[in-house]
Design a protein around this ligand. Structure first.
Ligand SMILES: Nc1ncnc2c1ncn2[C@@H]1O[C@H](COP(=O)(O)OP(=O)(O)OP(=O)(O)O)[C@@H](O)[C@H]1O
Ligand SMILES: C=C(C)CCOP(=O)(O)O
Length: 237
């Protein structure tokens, strides 16, 4: 079984407090992910910008600069975030730079496959890529799920799934990506929140669906990894 898991920045950091990593959460999550791989499965983890990437990009744009000039600062910050995430998750996790594997045609997957062959767990991150644009972890997750022919594509985020109406509605069990009108995130966010996730999921081939669920509860991540019904199953239209 090969699973691509995008862990939202809203899960591993507090998006309302700059540069805040949820270390305790990651220490609980590490053994769950490791055990999944120990059982003979393959796992690729992508994390979002959370309270690191999003405020940094906003700061650069608000002072009138742009990511062609100052994107390097975001790249290095996101790699620092990934290294901290990897350290808290523990053994076997290895950081790959999304900026280094992303080509104009999509991801160059060879280095990721090599890590998987060694039984390691690659970590990538939403980041700035050439020629100076923000590449969301959501886009990376969808592209990798397609390229690696993943069995499951999972999005752990800070809400119980896709709501029929945000915020006053309720989470849906199943939805087609083009049949619900999602909005952006309520926190500082430069990539488009749930709306962006659904747009990206809609680019999947018809054979792959994605699951969006509340990853703040580590047990939910475990359930989703083993194919249990948590959150919302989202299929392309
Ligand atoms: N219909 C909807 N259902 C659920 N959440 C929605 C909906 N519309 C908008 N949202 C917002 O989208 C947010 C989730 O997207 P967001 O991009 O913040 O998550 P993430 O991927 O976990 O974080 P990051 O972008 O930092 O990786 C929710 O917290 C909520 O504020
Ligand atoms: C803001 C940056 C640098 C990455 C955004 O990735 P996302 O949080 O997955 O959308």
């Amino acid at each position: 079984m090969l699973v691509v898991l995008k862990i939202g920045g809203s899960v591993i950091s507090n998006k309302n407090e700059p540069y805040s990593l949820r270390a305790d959460y990651l220490r609980k999550l590490g053994p769950i992910l490791r055990e999944f791989v120990r059982k003979g499965n393959s796992l690729v983890v992508i994390h979002g910008g959370g309270s690191f990437g999003h405020p940094k990009v906003k700061e650069i744009l608000e002072k009138g600069s742009d990511l062609r000039r100052e994107g390097w600062d975001v790249v290095n910050l996101m790699l620092e975030m990934s290294l901290r995430v990897a350290r808290e998750l523990g053994e076997n996790f290895v950081v790959h730079s999304s900026s280094s594997i992303w080509c104009s045609s999509g991801p160059f997957v060879r280095p990721i496959l090599d890590s998987l062959r060694l039984g390691w767990i690659p970590i990538l991150q939403g980041n700035v890529v050439y020629p100076g644009r923000v590449l969301s972890g959501d886009e990376i997750a969808v592209a990798l799920a397609r390229e690696l022919r993943a069995d499951y594509l999972l999005f752990a985020t800070d809400v119980d799934g896709v709501y029929d109406e945000w915020p006053q509605g309720k989470p849906l069990k199943y939805v087609k990506a083009c049949e619900v009108s999602a909005k952006e995130s309520d926190s500082i966010d430069v990539t488009g929140g749930m709306k962006k996730k659904l747009e990206e999921i809609n680019k999947l081939p018809p054979t792959i669906c994605a699951r969006i669920f509340n990853g703040l509860v580590p047990e939910n991540v475990e359930k989703a990894l083993y194919g249990e019904d948590v959150g919302t199953l989202v299929c392309p239209c």
